[in-house]
Design a protein around this ligand. Structure first.
Ligand SMILES: Nc1ncnc2c1ncn2[C@@H]1O[C@H](COP(=O)(O)OP(=O)(O)OP(=O)(O)O)[C@@H](O)[C@H]1O
Ligand SMILES: [Mg+2]
Length: 143
């Protein structure tokens, strides 16, 4: 059954707390589309998710804006992907994400909505929206 949970965050620290609750809810082998405007907090949330899953410390997580794909954990348990700079389906396919999608990992994808038709249908969605100042609404839905 589809299920949705939402939170309101007043600060980056609260977003980190929400990430701990979210992390406990998201099983292994999950592809997660992270949707939200520039600066909404997709990377900020990812840092705490990666830490909560025990794959790396939050300080070791940086935005894959230029590197496109980061891997955390040994063996790899989390991939963090940013499609902001990817423009064409050919570029998307050259990333070889199908292999990543089939791996026993959690996969977080910023700007995934740009290539939604090419993402696994059974993916989760986390939406982060500005709600004035430092406030954010965070909505997570599973298929
Ligand atoms: N409640 C909040 N939750 C998360 N981040 C917040 C919050 N309030 C302020 N911020 C700040 O907003 C910024 C979010 O930046 P971040 O890089 O996480 O966004 P992003 O969604 O990944 O952007 P981009 O699309 O450019 O990759 C950070 O500077 C963070 O400290
Ligand atoms: Mg980001």
């Amino acid at each position: 059954m589809p299920e949705t949970r939402s939170w309101t965050s007043a600060s980056p620290e609260q977003t980190a707390q929400i990430a701990i609750a979210l992390a406990a809810w998201i099983p292994e082998r999950t592809v997660i589309q992270l949707t939200g405007n520039l600066g909404a907090g997709k990377t900020t949330l990812t840092k705490s998710l990666v830490e909560a899953w025990g794959a790396a410390g939050a300080d070791e997580v940086s935005s894959p804006t230029f590197t496109l794909i980061h891997e955390y954990g040994e063996p790899v348990t989390v991939y963090h992907i940013d499609l902001y700079r990817i423009e064409t389906p050919a570029e998307f396919y050259s990333l070889g994400l199908d292999e990543i999608f089939d791996s026993p990992a959690r996969v977080l994808i910023e700007w995934g909505e740009k290539f939604a038709p090419f993402l696994p249908e059974n993916r989760w969605l986390i939406r982060i929206e500005h709600a004035g100042g430092d406030a954010r609404t965070i909505t997570a839905s599973r298929p």
